[in-house]
Write a protein that binds this ligand. Structure first.
Ligand code: CTP
Length: 424
């Protein structure tokens, strides 16, 4: 761990949700990384977990109410907020998001936010319907434009039994994101410099990327999936982030490590991925669909493990929705759609057909029959096809990160083309 990061002071703000106990793991992870951690809680958070737990683990007084007679510091919200390098609010409830977005400071935690000049990382957690409510979407948008870092919740089974996005991001991801922010803030000049040169040409873009494989359940222990590792999607996320874009990745099953400073939504099935993408698409300016989405799923998921009682077994499959196709139907003029074409034969003609039928701006054709590149490999060789019949760009075998930059170069060129067309 970097010496300077190890001295950083982090405050964790815990608000009142069932995931409040996970803040313990966040605290421990930050401490393991060498950070000095203090904790503030809302009153409702204390319904879920005792301040004493955080006090014992952090070694510092946990502030809930700065007016409390036993509070050792009479102007705690100022002292506290001015002596931290990062404020992590995890879990953040819908109510807290609303207060932060509107500058309401009616308790210690929200006053600290208003009095804080350090970067703020918010990890929301709430019921799926609350997460998808237009009021919450609006509040998140406001917070983003105020410069707050948002770590989107995961999708999955919630405490209330519903399935969908809203579950607090895993503590180790919160810790990784917090450390990445600390590294960026201690050396902003270095953080802005992309690894491939000095290009910061995607500023102002919000890029939604799908990555990895989906899993379609057959029974509680079996599923249908594919070999995608997520490397290409993550390479695109890393490259786009370095070039100044605001990146969000919706990832199915992956074996590759995601970049740390991105928003990541984890999903399982094609249907989960579809709802996560449709939930994010309105705020996105570009969608890059690098995921290998299952085209078929079992028509029925057996509730119990299928026993081997019969000599043969027939599974009936049904089509999944085409996520990219669905997005294409509602595409705005300012949005760009980029797809991948995984092909084993007639690669260019199949990819060209997909470019047209899915109304894409760019398609990246990929020969998945080769074992040395593509699925599960750090390298790939692709052909980039851009709309309007431009000359295909054939790239020889190279790292997925380099390919990611070449794809992003074409996106930047498309943006310039449409800007020039508007002014002509
Ligand atoms: N895709 C998608 N939703 C699906 C299937 C694919 O969004 N249900 C996206 C992929 O992420 C990729 C593009 O569509 O960007 C093309 O995927 P590919 O598997 O190559 O083609 P399909 O459209 O599935 O057609 P086919 O399998 O018949 O070649």
């Amino acid at each position: 761990m970097d010496e300077q990061v190890s001295k950083r002071r982090v405050a964790i703000g815990v608000t009142g949700g069932i995931a409040a106990y996970k803040a313990i793991e966040v605290l421990r992870g930050l401490q393991r990384a060498g950070c000095d951690v203090r904790v503030a809680m809302t009153r409702h958070a204390c319904e879920f977990i005792q301040p004493l737990t955080f006090r014992a683990l952090s070694g510092s007084y946990v502030i809930v109410d700065d007016y409390a007679p036993h509070n050792p510091d009479p102007i705690a919200h100022i002292t506290f907020s001015q002596t931290i390098d990062l404020f992590v609010i995890a879990p953040a409830t819908a109510n807290t998001l609303a207060k932060l977005a509107n500058g309401v400071a009616d308790d210690f935690l929200t006053s600290t936010y208003l009095a804080c000049t350090a970067p703020v990382l918010v990890a929301p957690a709430m019921n799926t319907t609350m997460w998808q409510h237009p009021a919450t979407r609006r509040n998140l948008e406001k917070l983003r434009s105020d410069g707050v870092h948002i770590l989107e919740p995961d999708a999955g089974e919630m405490a209330c039994g519903t399935i969908g996005p809203g579950r607090l991001s895993e503590p180790d991801r919160i810790v990784a994101r917090a450390l990445a922010i600390l590294e960026t803030t201690q050396s902003p000049a270095a953080a802005d410099l992309p690894s491939t040169g000095s290009r910061v040409d995607l500023q102002g873009e919000r890029i939604l990327i799908t990555a990895g494989a989906t899993r379609e359940p057959i029974d509680p222990v079996r599923f249908i999936s594919n070999r995608s590792s997520g490397q290409m999607g993550f390479a695109l996320a890393e490259a786009a982030g370095k070039r100044g874009a605001n990146v969000i990745v919706v990832a199915g099953t992956t074996t590759a490590d995601p970049p740390t400073d991105i928003e990541l939504i984890k999903v399982t099935s094609a249907e989960d991925m579809r709802s996560a993408v449709l939930g994010q698409i309105e705020e996105a300016t570009i969608l890059i669909a690098a995921a290998a989405v299952a085209d078929y799923r079992p028509k029925k998921t057996e509730p119990a493990k299928i026993k081997k009682s019969n000599p043969t077994l027939t599974l009936e499959l049904e089509r999944t929705s085409d996520i990219l196709g669905d997005v294409a139907h509602q595409k705005r003029k300012d949005q760009l759609l980029i797809g991948f074409a995984a092909e084993t034969n007639d690669i260019l003609s199949n990819a060209t057909a997909k470019l047209t039928s899915k109304k894409l701006d760019v398609i990246v054709a990929n020969d998945v029959s080769r074992n040395d590149i593509g699925f599960d490999s750090p390298n790939n060789a692709v052909t980039i096809l851009v709309r309007d019949g431009l000359q295909p760009i054939e790239l020889p075998a190279m790292s997925k990160l380099e390919i990611a930059h070449r794809i992003l170069d074409e996106i930047v060129k498309l943006r310039h083309r449409s800007a020039t067309a508007k002014t002509a």
